[in-house]
Design a protein around this ligand. Structure first.
Ligand code: B12
Length: 212
């Protein structure tokens, strides 16, 4: 039986090789991909963040942990996406301008795909103009914005304002998320919804799709 505490340790220690090996072993045993993510990988990343905050870890350690988590997610992604059935709608997703954190955004994108949505993933550090262009080009009805830094949260507001100025705000529902984002902030900047995690993102997208 795969020892999943090794997955936690591998992400925490930035050991991509072990993270991938334990993930492969767990999947071969039929373990639930979401269990691996929510019970082991995300808590490990939280601990990485805690260590960074108290200066036990620095940027190189963050990068190694992120690499380990990404390696494992690569294996899980197709499985998350495989559970979907009918295309439920089109979502444009990206991490906002100035912010390079893309692990959570990638997880949300995979879960949305798994929930049957067509996802146009613009990547990280995405300015308002690119969101607007993608919404127009793909005729998307949902925009999902991610931010992990308090200093990039204002980019979410700017993106929503730019959608208004471009005349596309009324055609889309906007959801926001990421560790520093709160439901209050979502209200304040005029977003249509806030999601705490990838599962909440899918529930919100379904609600939006049904409403419109
Ligand atoms: C890995 C990491 C990095 C990696 C990112 C690699 C990558 N490709 O993503 C690197 C090394 C590049 C990095 C850089 C920096 N980082 Co950093 N980083 C982290 C860390 C440890 C983990 C983030 C993560 O991936 N979490 C795991 C994922 C799964 O969780 P998540 O992103 O929160 O996403 C979930 C939810 O939030 C939600 N969600 C996310 N997006 C969306 C969107 C929608 C629409 C919805 C509904 C939901 C949703 O669903 C996701 C799944 O459940 C965090 C600490 C932490 N615990 O958050 C710090 C952290 C975010 N970083 C921090 C800092 C300070 C930095 C740097 C400024 C450091 C520096 N001095 O250079 C730079 C900034 C670079 C930049 N311009 O963006 C601080 C931010 C502090 C703040 N309040 O602003 C944190 C909190 C660390 C800390 N405790 O101090 N970082």
């Amino acid at each position: 039986m795969a020892d999943l505490s090794k997955l936690f340790d591998a992400v925490l220690n930035g050991d991509q090789k072990t993270a991938v090996a334990v993930t492969q072993e767990a999947l071969a045993e039929g373990r639930d991909p979401m269990e691996l993510i929510t019970q082991y990988m995300v808590p490990a990343m939280d601990e990485v963040g805690r260590r960074f905050e108290c200066e036990e870890y620095f940027v190189p350690e963050l990068l190694l942990s992120a690499r380990a988590m990404k390696g494992s997610l690569e294996l899980l992604r197709p499985l998350l996406a495989a559970s979907g059935a009918e295309p439920a709608g089109r979502v444009v997703i990206g991490t906002v301008k100035g912010d390079l954190h893309d692990i959570g955004k990638n997880l949300v994108a995979s879960m949305l795909e798994g929930g049957g949505f067509e996802v146009i993933d613009l990547g990280a550090d995405v300015g308002p103009a690119r969101f607007i262009a993608a919404v127009r080009e793909k005729n998307a009805r949902i925009v999902a914005l991610s931010a992990l830094l308090t200093v990039t949260m204002p980019s979410m507001r700017k993106t929503i304002e730019a959608l208004k100025e471009a005349g596309v705000r009324d055609h889309v529902k906007v959801m926001v998320g990421g560790a520093p984002v709160t439901p209050q902030f979502a209200d304040e900047i005029g977003a249509d919804g806030y999601g705490e995690n990838a599962t909440a993102a899918v529930a919100l997208a379904r609600k939006f799709a049904q409403a419109g």
